[in-house]
Design a protein around this ligand. Sequence first.
Ligand code: SF4
Length: 350
Amino acid sequence: MPTVPRRRRSPQEVAAAAPVSGDRRVLLAAPRGYCAGVDRAVIAVEKALEAYGPPVYVRKQIVHNLHVVHTLEEKGAIFVDETDEVPEGARLIFSAHGVSPAVVQSAMDRNLQTIDATCPLVTKVHKEAVRFARDDFDILLIGHEGHEEVEGTYGEAPEHTQIVNGPEDVDKVVVRDPNKVIWLSQTTLSVDEAMHTVNLLRKRFPTLQDPPSDDICYATSNRQAAIKKIAPEADLVLVVGSANSSNSVRLVEVALEYGAKASYRVDFANEIDESWFEGVATVGVTSGASVPENLVQDVLHLLAEYGYGDVEEVVTAQEDIIFSLPKEIRATLKAMGDTSRGLGGRRAGA
Ligand code: SF4
């Protein structure tokens, strides 16, 4: 049976279905959007395209955002799933999520010229995995099986590591020596859920060691803290971010957990459904760590058309972290005398 096209309501009709205009407002989370690791990875691809010319190959999505990937594709980046899709000797960038030693080896086997855009905070977790495997610990890696970052960290020490997806996996864990167990984690988990999993693991293994420093990164924690502040007052929380962006998906979950009456993730403003606004006075807005600010501004413009033009930014942290570009790019830029963006990142945070 043919589907009947749904009539889209005009902004005026949406506004009429919402509470009286004086009650309508937007609470805009800060920090939101780009983190230092994403900023660095995106600039690495841009600079590689400028310095070497297209094509430049990128293994997996450089960061988990559709808009960023499409924009870089238009500039000449070619995204591949595996190294064997890259012509021998070509230039390949590893994404911000990191890769296992096996992937590095397969790139070497193909004589690829690699640029490692792995976020330094992911590299830190890799080093922890190597170190604790060397000390013969069992490593419980809390994270989502199949996520690129988890595959990369796991690949550092597969014989010592078990992936724990969440509380439901705790009872399945088997270790050799309960007194020699450490947990590590994916950088983009829900802080609360990860801690819940750790508490359950610790009930089973009371001497379970913590990572030397937090594995869930500052950007993930800060974006969750900001939405926790907004959610209790929000009738609706909109999270800008892609479906495969772990930290964006977590923001929707955290918003609902902390009291938002409804929450949706959208890649673009045009995915917003006008039916979401019925009876809505306060809209919370945030974005994942891989989302450029222009996509958030598009959402704010649409909200203003719907009568939600009163925007209050709720600032819960200041971010000033900038990571220097991958060393392979720094060397090339230095040789070219290119200091246009310095050798660090563009900016960090919201
Ligand atoms: S979310 Fe955290 S770990 Fe991931 S790229 Fe950003 S700063 Fe790095």
